[in-house]
Design a protein around this ligand. Sequence first.
Ligand SMILES: [Ca+2]
Length: 98
Amino acid sequence: MSNVAAALDAAIASLGLYANFEANITQGPPELTVQFTSTSSGAPDTWEWDFNNDGTIDSHEENPFFLYTAVGSYDVSLTVWSGSDSSKYYSRGLHHCY
Ligand SMILES: [Ca+2]
């Protein structure tokens, strides 16, 4: 790792643990495949995605795909963990299938 990359990592880690994510697409007709990318800070070691707000974790990957198969509006949450610390980011009605 370069000195610049190491310094950047240290700066990001100093921000603390904050969950955040991006998605490559936010609406479309089913079946809609969405690529989610975690942009969380604080060097999380665990990712818990709930793509349809049903309380069931759908993925533990850092940058998962999810396939929306039904028409609807979906709330998406990402909880990240670093040791015993956690942070949750919640996006209401992020994805619309029509
Ligand atoms: Ca779920």
